[in-house]
Design a protein around this ligand. Structure first.
Ligand SMILES: *Cc1c(COP(=O)(O)O)cnc(C)c1O
Length: 221
């Protein structure tokens, strides 16, 4: 059954050449292992302790995505192995990731999280803050962190038009960042948007990476 779900999602993503991040937070290691055996390699987690334990126990060629809010004082625990941090929302965090990546002799890829949902979400930047950070702060001096795109979460609602509007807003932000700061950076190409409930819409709006949990693994308890 797991194999069939993964396969059908992959078939939906194929025309868009989008990547599937299997969001495995709260699910036991055995379920990740089962998905791994179906060929799934990208997994997303949102708690530091949990991702560290799973990374230690599971195959070493898994590509680990940290998708949650990341506290600065916890970056050091994931810096040795994390592949992509989706939710960077401050320069302070960017600097800390750079420092810890350097200590591990790595470059860590990150996404800037934009606040696109209408609801009062705690995390993510307002667009104005992101643009002023990139204008004013010395992020280009950070040699061990690479900004490869943007991430956002739409409002949790049945209102398709609203979600539509939020995803298209994120695409507009991406295009502006690309044109303004990353025109000559082919690695700046990711738009992480879309979850179990809204990923088909996200794909229509240019998502390159969907983060799907419950549709793959079942409802979280
Ligand atoms: C939990 C989570 C997801 C996956 O949500 P589902 O509705 O289970 O697909 C995606 N993105 C983030 C940031 C999450 O925290």
């Amino acid at each position: 059954m797991l194999a069939a779900v993964l396969q059908s999602i992959q078939e939906e993503l194929a025309p868009y050449q989008a990547k599937l991040v299997a969001v495995s937070k709260t699910y036991p290691k055995e379920m990740l292992q089962a998905a791994y055996e179906c060929g799934q390699r990208d997994f997303g987690e949102n708690r530091v302790q949990e991702i560290v334990e799973k990374a230690e126990a599971l195959p070493k060629d898994i590509v680990w995505h940290f998708i949650g809010h990341l506290q600065t004082n916890k970056v050091k625990y994931i810096a040795p192995f994390v592949n992509l941090i989706h939710a960077v929302d401050s320069f302070k965090l960017l600097k800390e990731i750079d420092k810890r990546a350097a200590a591990n002799d790595r470059i860590i890829n990150v996404l800037l999280q934009f606040k696109i949902a209408e609801e009062d979400s705690k995390y993510g930047y307002d667009a104005a803050d992101i643009f002023s950070m990139l204008d004013e702060l010395p992020w280009q001096k950070l040699q061990h962190v690479r900004i490869v795109g943007v991430m956002g979460m739409a409002t949790f609602t049945e209102d398709k038009e609203q979600v539509d509007q939020e995803f298209s807003q994120l695409k507009i932000y991406f295009d502006r960042l690309k044109a303004t700061y990353f025109e000559n950076e082919p690695s700046f190409k990711e738009i992480s948007m879309g979850m179990s409930g809204d990923y088909p819409l996200a794909l229509e709006h240019g998502s390159t990476m969907v983060r799907i949990g419950s549709k793959i693994f079942g409802h979280r308890g």
